[in-house]
Design a protein around this ligand. Structure first.
Ligand SMILES: Nc1ncnc2c1ncn2[C@@H]1O[C@H](COP(=O)(O)OP(=O)(O)O)[C@@H](O)[C@H]1O
Ligand SMILES: [Mg+2]
Length: 260
């Protein structure tokens, strides 16, 4: 590769994906994910939107363009982490001029530049062994436990300001750190949400069939990014929150007692 293209790809991850990995069909939101340098990002996306794929490309770009960097891939299960790692490896193998690897196995690889990419299981003990990552990807984050998330965050304490934490997932219920982060109103998170109807690769005919098969409840979770209560929930989340709101007047049973 020419020096000019090398410099271009350091500055522009989208050009890298298009020119070095032949991704000429990236969606606009995927380009935004590649370009974003925000320290914390949350992607709330439909199934099959392309969130794992774009994060895999980001991992490859990071490992290649930041020597000595550490990228960690964490998921709810070892199988899911390994799957994302497999996509990452596939992208690296597409390069015309692949980097030399000094270690390459099913769950981690190290490039001659010192950059490492490791896929971890959801096990606190393993996670606590790492520090100073440049990029942390938590795939299917809504299904990762709060305990694991709490173990992950301090790893970044000594990371540089341009390190990144990315949570990517479909929703799964109205609790847990993924749900809380999506509703975090501070300015600490860049948020991107993509519904199935906006994905050019997913046809309306497919979605209509899914709606009929899954029913409105599961369809809205899988394809419309809705955080829904567990089917067996006794109280709706909004009602519980509403019960603590000052706007709720004490008009019913308890209210009647309190009001005398
Ligand atoms: N922009 C794109 N153009 C073409 N195919 C894509 C694009 N983004 C993702 N894909 C493909 O779509 C499929 C689903 O992507 P994936 O990242 O696994 O979805 P998700 O993790 O959101 O469920 C994969 O085969 C992936 O390679
Ligand atoms: Mg995925």
């Amino acid at each position: 590769m020419s020096i000019k293209n090398g410099i271009k790809h350091i500055l522009d991850p989208v050009a890298f994906a298009e020119e070095s990995l032949s991704w000429d069909t990236l969606d606009e939101w995927q380009k935004e994910v590649l370009q974003a340098a925000d320290r914390q990002m949350i992607l709330l996306c439909s199934r099959q939107a392309g969130k794992s794929q774009i994060c895999a490309i980001k991992a490859v770009w990071t490992a290649l363009h930041h020597p000595d960097s550490l990228t960690l891939v964490i998921s709810a299960s070892q199988r899911q982490s390994s799957e994302l790692f497999r996509v990452i490896t596939k992208e690296i193998n597409k390069l015309n001029d692949p980097p030399k690897k000094v270690e390459d196995n099913k769950l981690s690889l190290t490039l001659a530049s010192g950059s490492r990419i490791c896929a971890l299981p959801s096990a606190e003990g393993t996670i606590r062994g790492f520090s100073n990552p440049r990029l942390v990807l938590i795939d299917e984050a809504s299904r990762v436990s709060d305990g694991i998330y709490t173990a992950i965050r301090p790893m970044m304490a000594t990371s540089s300001e341009d390190s990144q934490l990315i949570l990517l997932s479909t929703p799964a219920g109205r609790q847990g750190f993924f749900f809380d982060t999506w509703h975090d109103e501070s300015k600490h998170w860049k948020k991107i949400s993509v519904l199935a109807k906006d994905i050019p690769r997913i046809s309306q005919a497919f979605l209509d069939r899914e709606y009929e098969t899954l029913g409105r409840y599961f369809y809205s979770q899988e394809y419309e990014c809705e955080f829904i209560e567990g089917e067996r929930a006794v109280f709706r989340y909004d009602d519980i929150i509403g019960a603590f709101s000052e706007d709720v007047k004490s008009t019913n049973i308890l209210g009647g007692i309190l009001d005398g």
